[in-house]
Design a protein around this ligand. Structure first.
Ligand code: BG6
Length: 488
């Protein structure tokens, strides 16, 4: 069982890449929110590291200028913001230079707990851990947080994990998948295991198919340097979508202990049917967006985006059919789909129940009539689609839905994923972080898909920005007599 010692009150939270994109857009705003809402322990300092030769004043001016834009105006309280700034420390450091770690050591407080957040390229992870250790900055209470992507294939993920494990035990290692920090994703577990009515039906043959969509309306933006060498399968499917699949498909864990939950997710990942090259050719669709209209505005194609090579074959869209080889899910296809520059931002899970075995009513649709739709983003709601009688003479059926609007049903603040996960790290709670074997099992399944595309010479199919992806994605569903939720 992975457990952590009770954290102390004094904490130095060190962010490598402290002036980088993730820190500015997500980490510092999340820490401010935790500070504002008093969940960040009182004696916590945030030590940002970066290559700029800044002093503290230059760094705090940078934060004041850049970070506020990522905080909701209603949450910006001048007094709280000022006290938050007082928590910040800046150390200029080149993460690859052992000698620079002396400066970091001097900035850390003796006896404080230490969390090292590695918001850098994964190629730096091993050097950072080794240098931290070399400078005597790692002890049994230190923790390390590793941002995704952790490696670009199974071998590189293993190499990073091996190296990190030389200095940090598994219970000190927090591998982030920010989807696991989303309120709505955590609520999925409650929907499944906090209610009795779904469980008897939550299996083959009562379920015909499961679809998981994470659609984004944004394009690659300024991240082409990272994204073009990565693509949607590595960026989204290998981690976020597989984690959602695990929560939908896992067996009830024996408890909420980190390892009890992670053991069940691991079993799902290990039960994924490996994809052969023939499966990849038949069951996957890659796409790349071309110019179009999104949210009423003209959007450039991927190849016209800044820093994207003119001949790039990187996929910005993936749809695929996966199978889980176990009793519960035998013959139930899991359709996964994600893409950038799609018609709208929408993340949802659709459980399609089996069609009626026999219909009394002449106009019952041939396809499944009952679907459970779990919308995760942008708004949170759960909808059970059913059939009802249309008023009037005759027995005409009409689809209706039972709607659970969680946004209005539950008041209270919903913390962002990063805020929730940072507090989990501080408290030493591992449940919503990926264990090493989980991460490697996810790579072991995803890598043959990448290899399959390579050996097939697969080129991404074009789709217009603002659409739901290439037509082949609908055809993938049609083969199973199913449709994506927006097509019904
Ligand atoms: C990140 C990916 O992990 O998740 C990005 O690297 C993607 O490409 C982002 O845009 C989506 O996260 P969210 O929380 O906006 O759905």
């Amino acid at each position: 069982m992975e457990t952590n010692p009770e954290p102390q009150a004094t904490l130095d939270l060190v962010i490598f890449g402290g002036a980088g994109d993730l820190s500015v857009r997500k980490l510092l705003p999340a820490l401010y929110m935790a500070h504002l809402h008093k969940t960040l322990p009182e004696d916590t300092r945030i030590v940002a590291l970066g290559r700029h030769a800044w002093d503290r004043a230059a760094f705090t001016a940078f934060v004041d200028d850049k970070v506020r834009a990522f905080i909701a105006p209603a949450e910006l309280d001048a007094g709280a913001w000022g006290r938050f700034i007082e928590r910040l420390v800046y150390v200029s450091l080149d993460a690859t230079r052992a000698e620079d770690y002396a400066g970091l050591a001097a900035a850390l407080r003796a006896g404080a707990d230490r969390v090292y957040y590695l918001a850098t390229a994964p190629t730096l992870f091993t050097a950072i851990c080794a240098h931290l250790h070399g400078a005597g900055l790692v002890d049994a209470k230190s923790r390390v947080v590793l941002e995704k992507p952790l490696g670009h294939d199974l071998a590189s993920a293993r190499a990073i994990n091996d190296e990190v494990a030389r200095y940090f035990s598994e219970s000190q290692t927090f591998r982030i998948d920010h989807y696991l920090g989303k309120e709505t994703v955590q609520n999925l577990m409650v929907l499944r295991f906090g209610n009795a009515i779904f469980e008897p039906l939550w299996r083959s043959p009562s379920i015909k198919s499961v679809q998981i969509t994470v659609a984004e309306s944004v394009g690659v933006g300024s991240r082409a340097g990272f994204y073009d060498g990565t693509g949607a399968l590595r960026d989204m499917v290998q981690n976020h979508l597989l984690q959602l699949l695990c929560i939908v498909a896992m067996e009830p864990p024996v408890s909420l202990d980190p390892d009890a939950v992670r053991d069940e997710k691991l079993k799902v990942l290990r039960s994924l049917r490996p994809m052969t090259v023939a499966d990849v050719a038949r069951d996957t669709v890659r796409g790349q967006y071309t110019a179009g209209n999104v949210d009423g505005e003209r959007a450039a194609g991927y190849l016209q985006e800044a820093n994207v090579p003119a001949n790039s074959e990187t996929e910005t869209f993936v749809a695929l059919r996966a199978h889980i080889n176990n009793w519960r899910w035998a013959n139930v296809p899991f359709f996964l789909r994600t893409g950038k520059r799609m018609a709208e931002r929408r993340s949802e899970i659709v459980i399609e129940f089996a069609p009626l075995p026999y219909s009394l009513f002449p106009d019952t649709p041939r396809q499944s009539v009952n679907r459970l739709l779990i919308r995760l983003q942008p708004e949170e709601h759960v909808q059970l689609q059913m059939m009802a009688k249309q008023p009037g003479s005759g027995m005409k059926l009409r689809p209706v839905s039972l709607d659970l609007d969680l946004q209005s049903a539950m008041t209270g603040r919903r913390a962002e994923a990063y805020e929730r996960l940072l507090i989990d790290v501080i408290k030493g709670r591992l449940t919503h972080f990926m264990r090493r074997d989980e991460l490697e099992a996810a790579w072991a399944w995803a890598e043959p898909v990448l290899d399959g595309w390579k050996s097939l010479g697969d080129k991404p199919r074009p789709y217009a920005a603002g659409s739901w992806g290439p037509a082949a994605s609908s055809a993938l569903m049609a083969r199973e007599d199913s449709t994506w939720s927006e097509e019904t």
